[in-house]
Design a protein around this ligand. Structure first.
Ligand SMILES: [Fe+2]
Length: 186
């Protein structure tokens, strides 16, 4: 079985029935990730598998801490997932900044943020996909999240604090896609 089929099965079992809207988002992120297959320096299979697994920590039976990147990473480690995939899930989309206002940043100490093209691509795919799986620009996506939670919520504050690191991952990935002549989705 391919890595992507395995990840699809694991994520679908945990999210498809219990959280169908979250599952639609996850499938949209995986669709974005597939666009990386034309970028030579990126392991697109790894990015797609990480995209499928990145929000698994939202599954009701896995939400132990209530901090989904680490809930997901812990579950994936417990079923023998490769450390690289576990680390990508733990740190996806500026998770360390999301953890700070919640005083949970220490939970990420067990995981490496690998700062590679694959890590950037996962962040980009997540931050350019809306809650129903639709493709959005980074600005549209961040605006959508901030308005859903409200400006005073910890999630919105974390976005403000981590804006430059998020944008960096998006810009580097979009530059790689442009260099490989991958067209925009729309
Ligand atoms: Fe996500």
């Amino acid at each position: 079985m391919s890595l992507v089929s395995w990840a699809h099965g694991v994520a679908a079992r945990k999210l498809a029935d219990s959280l169908p809207r979250r599952w639609a988002h996850v499938e949209g992120v995986a669709r974005q990730a597939r666009r990386l297959q034309f970028v030579p320096e990126v392991d697109a299979e790894l990015v797609e598998a990480a995209a499928l697994l990145h929000d698994i920590g939202y599954a009701p039976d896995l939400a132990v801490l209530g901090f989904h990147p680490v809930d997901g990473a812990r579950y994936l480690a417990s079923i023998g997932t490769s450390p690289r995939l576990v680390n990508l899930v733990a740190h996806h989309s500026a998770a360390c900044h999301d953890a700070e206002p919640l005083d949970l940043a220490y939970l990420l100490d067990d995981y490496e943020d690998e700062r590679t093209p694959e890590r950037d691509a996962l962040w980009w795919a997540d931050m350019t996909t809306g809650p129903d799986g639709e493709t959005l620009t980074f600005i549209e996506r961040m605006t959508e999240v901030r308005s859903r939670y409200g400006a005073e919520h910890a999630v919105s504050k974390a976005i403000d604090l981590s804006w430059s690191v998020r944008l960096g991952a998006v810009e580097r990935t979009e530059a790689r896609l442009a260099a490989a002549q991958v067209k925009n989705a729309d």
